[in-house]
Design a protein around this ligand. Structure first.
Ligand code: ZN
Length: 180
């Protein structure tokens, strides 16, 4: 956080770029980064590339974010979100670009996502609940937005250590998320 690339709207990728070595290297690099840091999502601006590409991968079962539904590695190019239902719910989000912090963010919990995969095929996913939050968090990065911008109650921003000590213990079962 503080690097200008995180605050810049990223540019769409052109179809011919999807087959380029440069893009394949970027994707491989992002997958490594995601796995190295044990994240569940990553957007290209987070590794310094201002292009509209983000990936999400959620391991099934118990994780440090609680019990989550599995989502295989999904790479989204030029994604767009349509909100199906405005009803919002909040999670304590984290971000690889904002290490050490968690913040409570409310977002719509039923969305439809349209994107191109790496072969240039148009794909659509409907996401609810936590997964809807993860997509919105990642795609915000493509518009230069960070989760801290969306915190409505500034008292609900915490260091990881205090979050684990005071928040997790008191808000039993309330989920935690983000790409960190
Ligand atoms: Zn993030």
């Amino acid at each position: 956080m503080g690097h200008p690339v995180l605050r810049r709207p990223a540019r769409p990728l052109r179809p011919e770029e999807l087959t380029s070595d440069r893009l394949h290297r970027l994707v491989a690099d992002m997958v490594d980064t995601l796995h190295d840091y044990g994240g569940i999502g990553l957007a290209a601006p987070q590794v310094g590339e201002s292009v509209r590409l983000a990936m999400i991968e959620i391991p099934g079962g118990p994780t440090r974010y609680g019990e989550l539904d599995h989502m295989p590695l999904t790479v989204c190019v030029n994604p767009e979100i349509e909100i199906v239902d405005e009803t919002a719910a909040g999670y304590w989000e984290g971000c690889l670009s904002i290490p050490g912090l968690r913040g409570f963010v409310e977002r719509p919990q039923h969305i439809r996502v349209a994107y191109l995969d790496l072969k240039g095929e148009r794909c659509e996913i409907e996401a609810r609940g936590f997964l809807a939050t993860v997509f919105q968090h990642e795609f915000d990065h493509l518009d230069g937005r960070l989760f801290v911008d969306r915190i409505q109650d500034p008292t609900r921003l915490a260091f990881e250590e205090e979050f684990a000590r005071y928040v997790l213990s008191s808000e039993d079962g309330e989920s935690v998320d983000g790409d960190s």
